[in-house]
Design a protein around this ligand. Structure first.
Ligand SMILES: Cc1cc2nc3c(=O)[nH]c(=O)nc-3n(C[C@H](O)[C@H](O)[C@H](O)COP(=O)(O)OP(=O)(O)OC[C@H]3O[C@@H](n4cnc5c(N)ncnc54)[C@H](O)[C@@H]3O)c2cc1C
Length: 525
């Protein structure tokens, strides 16, 4: 099979909210854009969203929004990025509405995607509206194209290698690249993410020499379904006011622990604390959500109606819930212009670090994707318009690289990665378990090498990437000897601002495959 070549000014990797916003902006500025997704164009976590944006406005002044986000992130966020969100949020909500996304404000802080019927989820309503805008003469949208390597020329990005389901190997010759590949929740056993959300952007970045920041900070959503016959989906917010979280004896968990927040406050603003409480409860017995007290007419509302169809028993009996992996706070460092440290390489959305610190506030992921997706598109376009094309090392691609992996061993290996990441880097961690997890990772690396010797494939490549990301989470977790936000170590249960008001950076040592670890003190707000 020959290698297909495609020219672009800007390559956007990922077609979630961040990627689409970047592609549309760069195309509107006159650039030729390739928008690649390893799945369908409507893919990633963006298609699963509950549909809430947290927004600074005159009712939630920018300074308050910044403090709220920094306090929530336990002060290790990148304050300058948060300030950009505060400044640009309102304009971006207007831009989304102009693009046809139906948004309505509820309360002072959150805008929600309006759902007219249970048949289309909030994520589908959102992505359908955005997809209309990639039908643009300067955007070449390519679904089922996995980017597996970024190419460099004299220290700047010059292209990318991909594998397409239809065309086999592909080389994209481009002046700039926007990484918008989303997070990595899919490498955990219990998660509510898209199943192919496996942290590709993290290993793409590591392999061109960028460090990853804050990888120990993984957010859990406290109320994931734990019914044996259903997938571990998030129970969508807002939780009806009649809904109660109860233990196996039917006792109200909020009252039992004397908690001062409502369930909705917990799932929007204090997911970290509530996850710990529920994890403790699930070690003793089961946790249930009880919706049986809801008046019948409430089930007619589209969001609840949709949930009632997925989980019909929720109308008649309490249903079992437990925390699930939801969001990665860490990732690639960017500045206010969505630039990484590599010329020509930009990033936006969940693949980046900085905005959310140690714990994300509900609604800030979509805001981050919208604001920084737009900025990344603009910066990547400006950069592309001002540089000459770099040299592309085409000889890198070659040989057979099958799209679909039929080997059972590869699937089994991925399941082992998910099990071990959950077991050793779940909601409650400790040094001994992290050390054990890291030695199990080394064993998996050995097994990976054997499988690779028997033949490369796209799926094996992804599994190899997920092993690396699992190792990054554990290595950073072992380094941080305290607890902060969503990160909890039972052997260091307190936050320690004197020593740990800093970010942990992991750089890949290309020779040994290990991480070089360093710390960076947080800049003050
Ligand atoms: C169930 C659920 C509900 C949520 N609800 C909300 C909410 O209401 N409000 C909020 O603020 N946040 C919410 N979030 C978080 C938010 O959805 C995500 O952080 C956000 O959608 C991420 O968008 P993204 O564009 O960065 O990545 P994604 O939407 O995940 O898209 C990633 C894209 O990258 C592509 N990709 C990945 N790797 C490659 C590769 N190697 N080559 C080519 N393409 C690749 C994928 O195919 C996909 O197109 C929710 C998350 C979940 C899981």
């Amino acid at each position: 099979m020959g290698v297909k070549e495609i020219d672009a000014d800007v390559l956007v990797v990922g077609s979630g909210v961040a990627g689409v916003m970047a592609a549309v902006k760069a195309a509107r500025m006159g650039c030729k854009v390739v928008l690649a997704s390893k799945g369908a164009m409507r893919s990633g976590n963006s298609v699963l969203v509950g549909g809430g944006w947290l927004l600074a406005s005159k009712d939630f002044p920018p300074d308050e929004y910044v403090n709220f986000t920094l306090e929530g992130g336990k002060k290790i966020n990148d304050a300058k990025l948060v300030r950009v969100m505060a400044q640009r949020g309102e304009a971006m909500i207007s831009a989304l509405r102009e693009m046809g996304v139906p948004l309505e404000r509820r309360g002072n802080r959150i805008w929600w995607v309006k759902m007219d019927t249970w048949k289309r989820s909030a994520g589908i309503v959102l992505m359908d509206a955005l997809m209309e805008h990639i039908k643009h003469e300067r955007i070449m949208a390519i679904p089922w194209l996995s980017i597996i390597e970024l190419l460099m020329d004299e220290g700047r990005v010059s292209g990318a290698v991909g594998v397409s389901r239809e065309e086999g190997p592909v080389v994209i010759d481009t002046k700039s690249v926007v990484l918008a590949t989303g997070g990595g929740g899919g490498i955990y056993k219990r998660h509510d993410n898209h199943k192919r959300t496996r942290g590709d952007g993290y290993w793409l970045a590591l392999r061109v020499g960028l460090p990853l920041w804050d990888m120990e900070f993984v957010q859990f959503y406290p109320l994931g379904l734990a019914e044996p016959h259903l997938p571990p989906l998030m129970v969508p917010p807002p939780i009806p006011k009649e809904g109660k979280a109860i233990d196996s004896d039917g006792e109200d968990i909020v009252k039992k622990h004397g908690l001062r927040f409502s369930l909705n406050e917990f799932i929007m603003e204090h997911r970290d604390q509530f996850t710990l409480i529920l994890t403790g409860e699930t070690e003793k017995g089961k946790v249930y959500l009880d919706y049986t007290g809801l008046p019948e007419e409430r089930w007619e509302k589209p969001r609840l109606n949709r949930f009632g169809r997925i989980n019909p028993d929720s109308r008649s009996r309490p249903f079992s819930v437990a925390p699930v992996v939801h969001f990665f706070m860490g990732g690639v460092e960017i500045n206010e212009f969505a630039q990484t440290a590599i010329p020509g390489l930009f990033a936006a959305g969940e693949v980046t670090a900085g905005v959310n610190g140690a714990n994300r506030m509900g609604g800030n992921a979509l805001m981050e994707c919208t604001v920084f997706g737009n900025i990344a598109g603009e910066s990547a376009a400006r950069y592309a318009m001002g540089v000459r094309r770099g040299k592309l090392k085409r000889e890198i691609v070659g040989g057979k690289f099958p799209w679909k992996e039929e080997r059972k061993e590869v699937k089994d290996l991925f399941r082992q990665v998910q099990d071990l990441t959950w077991t050793h880097a779940g909601p409650i961690r400790n040094g001994q378990s992290l050390q054990e997890g890291l030695s199990r990772v080394s064993e998996l690396e050995g097994r990976l090498a054997e499988l690779e010797a028997a033949g490369r494939s796209l799926e094996l490549n992804e599994v190899k990437g997920s092993v690396l990301i699992s190792k990054a989470i554990m290595r950073a977790s072992l380094e941080r000897e305290e607890s902060r936000g969503a990160f909890y170590r039972e052997d260091f249960p307190q936050s320690d601002d004197d020593h740990w008001l800093k970010n942990i950076l992991l750089k890949l040592d290309g020779e040994t495959g290990d991480f070089i670890v360093s710390h960076r003190p947080v800049e003050g707000p």
